[in-house]
Design a binder for this molecule. Structure first.
Ligand code: SAH
Length: 471
């Protein structure tokens, strides 16, 4: 993140605006609307200021600002093309400790003016860090059409009851549940429909009910597939659950960019491989899920790909079922499907393969036990999970079991991620080619003549290193 977004309380703070045109007028108006005391320095004010002229909180000084004008000043907006005036104002304002924004000159700015969606008291500020104001404005337009104007009313209603809720409902977890119930239910609908009095009455009654019953929070577990890495491949349901969770259990297969989608306040517990290369044993993860759910928490177990495909998700929730803890499973795009799409290798194709099998190439002591007869068949693609480490014995075993050495095969490393790499070769040459490329995994191995389709269908060309999370 390049800049830090914050929302400033500007009530009774001093703001200096330098300039007489439309931008200066807009800045002055915005600052005054937020409760600031504004002084506009300009020889004469344009028509854009007409509506501001009679406001007691906007003063006009028909001259350039001097050092003493910045005493106690928090923010200074400059909307002028006079380079000398810009420089001088910046120097004076900075010396007085004020933050400066010069319109259309990002390099001269201490802070950026975001695009604003105003549903006061609800406000959304959008910044592209100066990269593309147009993109910011487009997003603003979309949000404007997406968020009913009545949301401001809803926020106001909630704000009016915050104190009462804090007294009546003692724990933070319960208060959050309370507000969620309100927001997802008829009270919010009533408020959004404009029926404020009825909404207030219902809300008051609902607070009483919660205070009387003190319902203990019911914990539950969400077993969620996060897909292979690209955050765009997270399902809507997974995203919704990520926003709801109190605790998230994750491991190294969860891409950092996906972790940024998780509710910020949610507790995060890493249950993957430790530096000593030992994973938390399955039964300990299951026990942890049970314990956290019993504490009334909404626990999200985030899995790479799909939770039920080589993810041991089934084992993890068996214990939950035994303890009668409610859970739900949310599917994800599994690595082989992600790899297939982003490497341009269809797993089936009329001219190449009518079947595809998913297997694990994970072997104990380098020995891979697979049912070769069912794997090595014409017109069938094999996708191997966890095969990179054993790639040499794996490809050798395929050939020994009768697969043609020149059968096309590929490794898709870090599929769907900015650092995705694909090595396409044949069964005989794949292991050495992958070694030469220095692939580190996670990788999917795809074996079958469909691999040749990549020559035509390869489309994903990420920039190595890729964009920064959230950038
Ligand atoms: N449940 C997961 C698989 C977990 S097993 C799923 O459905 O995808 C872990 C294996 O998945 C890794 O060894 C690797 O073979 C594969 N894998 C996971 N993420 C991957 C990725 N981004 N690119 C390639 N392979 C991946």
């Amino acid at each position: 993140m390049r800049d830090l977004p914050i929302i400033l309380d500007m009530r009774r703070r001093t703001v200096v605006v330098v300039g007489s045109g439309v931008v200066a007028a807009r800045r002055a108006e915005l600052a005054a609307r937020a409760g600031a005391l504004v002084t506009v320095f300009a020889p004469a004010l344009g028509d854009e200021f007409l509506e501001l002229r009679d406001r007691p909180d906007v003063r006009h000084a028909p001259r350039d600002p001097e050092a003493e004008d910045f005493a106690g000043c928090s923010l200074c907006f400059v909307a002028s093309e006079d380079e000398r005036l810009i420089e001088r104002t910046r120097a004076l304002a900075s010396a007085a400790g004020a933050l400066v924004n010069v319109a259309d000159r990002p390099k001269l700015c201490d802070f950026i003016m975001p695009s604003i969606v105003d549903r006061s008291p609800l406000v959304i500020a959008i910044s592209t860090g100066g990269a593309s104001p147009i993109l910011g404005r487009m997003l603003k337009a979309r949000l404007e059409s997406l968020i009913p104007s009545a949301y401001g009313r809803l926020a106001e209603l909630m704000s009016g009851f915050r104190g009462r809720v804090a007294t009546a409902i003692p724990t933070q977890t319960m208060r959050r549940r309370f507000w969620e119930t309100v927001l997802e239910g008829p009270i919010a609908e009533t408020a959004l429909a404009g029926n404020t009095t009825a909404a207030e009455a219902h809300l008051a009654a609902e607070i009483e009910r919660w205070a009387d019953e003190q319902p203990s929070p019911r914990g539950e577990v969400y077993l969620v597939g996060a897909g292979p890495g690209d955050p765009d491949l997270v399902t809507f349901r997974a995203f919704r659950l990520m926003q709801k969770a109190d605790v998230v259990l994750y491991d190294r297969l969860a891409d950092p960019r996906i972790m940024t989608l998780v509710r910020r306040e949610a507790e995060r517990v890493y249950v993957g491989k430790r530096p000593d290369n030992h994973e938390l044993p399955q039964d300990e993860i299951s026990a942890l899920l049970v314990r956290l759910a019993r504490e009334g928490k909404r626990v999200l177990r985030l899995k790479g790909g799909d939770p039920f495909l080589f993810g041991r998700g089934g084992e993890e929730i068996e214990t939950l079922a035994e303890h009668g803890i409610p859970f739900q499973v949310c599917p994800g795009v599994t690595a082989a499907i992600g790899a297939s799409a982003y490497a341009g290798i269809p797993l089936t194709h009329r001219d190449h393969a009518q079947a595809c099998v998913f297997v694990t190439g994970h072997g104990r002591d380098g020995k891979i036990v697979l049912d070769w007869a069912s794997l090595i068949k014409p017109r069938q693609t094999v996708a191997v999970y966890m095969g990179l480490r054993n790639l040499e014995p794996l490809t050798e075993a395929f050939i020994a079991a009768g697969a043609p050495p020149d059968l096309p095969a590929a490794v898709v490393d870090n599929a769907t991620r900015p650092n995705q790499r694909v090595v396409a070769a044949t069964l005989a040459t794949l292991a050495s080619a992958a070694r030469a490329a220095g692939l580190e995994g996670p990788s999917i191995v795809i074996i079958g003549s469909v691999v040749t389709l990549r020559e035509k269908l390869d489309w994903y060309a990420p920039r190595e290193g890729g964009p920064e999370p959230g950038g």
